[in-house]
Design a protein around this ligand. Structure first.
Ligand code: TYD
Ligand code: MG
Length: 453
């Protein structure tokens, strides 16, 4: 039985019985999305008791019960475990390891005595089992279901009543209530809505896997962000072994935490000390390499910025390449180096890279990028065991950044003996008498240059 559907413009709400390329109401292109027609189906929704307004002071704080995962890093990203009855979306590019991550989590839940229903619309049970064998899935109440019809999936889930529900992936499953094909905005929303209802009524955490493209723009997960309780992003470069899991949205916790995993032969392994992981192959005493203390979420992370300045073969049009840093920001920094430190790059190609495939998106790495370029240009390494952070402005001034203490501590914990930082951050450090690394506070790039070269 097919219920009635209607196409609704997502920008002005105009309704149409059939799909149209352009909305007759507002003129927007491609804005009509198929939805189950709720208005004409009065008995479709279960009726809840009407809510009454309550005095703020009378409302009790609900301690939302959480289900802890075996992996402390995953727990932290979720804000202390998965809240019962919450819907958690894990988005990432195809092949990044989403199925692996959730099969591992399912393995641990089952081993801990909690039943899990892992539904796959992508792979056969045999394929999942091959992955499961690599991951060491043992005995326990882990149920697999290969199915793409949403209504049948929910019916099975209602019958089994698992303690944890996983759906892989939201794009491959379809609701028979809609005529649109799987993966369309209408379908992924309907899927999310039904799983959401299942999670709430049964008070189980439900994990949804969603594929997103490099541009992050695919119809699917983006349009789900407001439906689900938690959005996690699983990202990384496919040719690097590490993966980053972080929260984009969390109704039950902060979004500042992140976890780093390494993909190995036996699945994903959490990296307890990310800074050491990213610095482990750093060439020591080489020109052009500078360690910076950046923040990933609320967590400080040491990363190596590398610069290579070499005579260009393209006279008049030298190359400027950046990987892991913002290209426009890097161009601005090069201009500052030319103007304020008096170096000329007209005949040089310049490559800037963050080693290990980390992407840095905060200006606190500016000073390290500047010093890396200068170090490569002069062919002189920075003094050993030195870490650097600070934002650089157009006048060459080094501006203060957030959480200087956390950055210094991270550097100290990995054996750095000297930290170059913005003068403006000195006040925030206070009068800490414990012996730490030597602090070199600088006002501008020229001062930093004089201190280090
Ligand atoms: P997968 O979890 O299937 O990615 P997604 O669900 O996000 O599409 O796994 C992606 C890759 O991980 C796959 O190319 C193989 C690799 N992999 C390992 O290197 N080791 C392992 O133990 C497993 C299970 C996968
Ligand atoms: Mg998968």
């Amino acid at each position: 039985m097919k219920s009635k559907t209607v196409f609704i413009c997502q920008s002005c709400g105009t309704r149409s019985p059939k799909w149209l390329g352009r909305c007759p109401g507002c003129g927007e292109w491609n804005s009509l999305v198929e939805e189950v027609d709720e208005e004409r189906g009065p008995a479709a929704e279960p009726s809840f008791a009407p809510a009454e307004p309550q005095l703020y002071a009378d409302i009790k704080e609900a301690a939302s019960p959480r289900l802890e995962l075996d992996c402390p890093e995953f727990n932290k990203v979720l804000g202390g475990g998965a809240v019962l009855g919450s819907l958690i979306l894990i988005g990432g590019e195809p092949g990044i390891g989403k199925s692996t991550l959730l099969l591992q989590a399912s393995r641990d839940f089952a081993a801990g005595g909690r039943s899990v229903l892992y539904v796959s619309g992508e792979e056969s049970l045999e394929q999942i089992k091959i992955r499961g064998d690599r991951l060491g899935v043992g005995d326990g109440a882990l149920y697999l279901l290969a199915e793409t019809n949403l209504e049948r999936i929910i019916a099975q889930a209602e019958k089994l009543r698992p303690g944890v529900f996983v759906l892989d992936s939201v794009q491959t499953v379809y609701s028979a209530k809609l005529s649109s094909s799987p993966g369309t905005v209408s379908q992924v929303r309907e899927v999310a809505n039904q799983v959401f209802r299942f999670a709430k009524t049964n008070q189980v955490p439900a994990f949804l896997i969603g594929h997103i493209t490099k541009e992050g723009s695919l119809a699917g997960p983006k349009s789900l962000e407001h439906i689900v309780d938690v959005v996690l992003l699983f990202e990384g470069e496919r040719d690097h072994s590490h993966r980053i899991l972080r929260a984009l949205k969390n109704r039950f916790g902060p979004v500042s935490e992140l976890a780093i995993y390494e993909m190995g032969a036996a699945g994903l392994e959490a990296v307890p000390n990310p800074s050491a992981f990213f610095l482990k192959e750093r060439p020591v005493g080489e020109p052009g390499s500078v360690v910076t203390a950046t923040l990933k979420g609320s967590r400080p992370l040491l990363a190596e910025i590398q610069a290579l300045v070499s005579t260009t073969l393209f006279a008049g049009n030298p190359r400027r390449m950046t990987i892991g840093l913002d290209h426009y920001r890097a161009s601005m920094l090069l201009a500052v180096v030319e103007k304020k430190l008096g170096f000329g790059f007209g005949g040089e190609d310049i490559y800037l890279n963050v080693a290990g495939g980390v992407a840095i998106d905060e200006p606190a790495a500016d000073l390290a990028a500047v010093l890396a370029v200068v170090s490569s240009l002069k062919n002189r390494p920075l003094p050993a065991r030195t870490a650097v952070f600070g934002e650089v402005g157009l006048s060459g001034e080094v501006r203060s950044v957030g959480q200087p203490l956390a950055r210094i501590k991270e550097a100290a914990s990995l054996g750095f003996e000297r930290v170059v930082l913005p003068r403006g951050n000195l006040a925030a450090l206070g009068k800490d008498e414990t012996p730490g690394p030597e602090i070199l506070a600088v006002r501008d790039v020229r001062e930093a240059y004089k201190c280090l070269f």
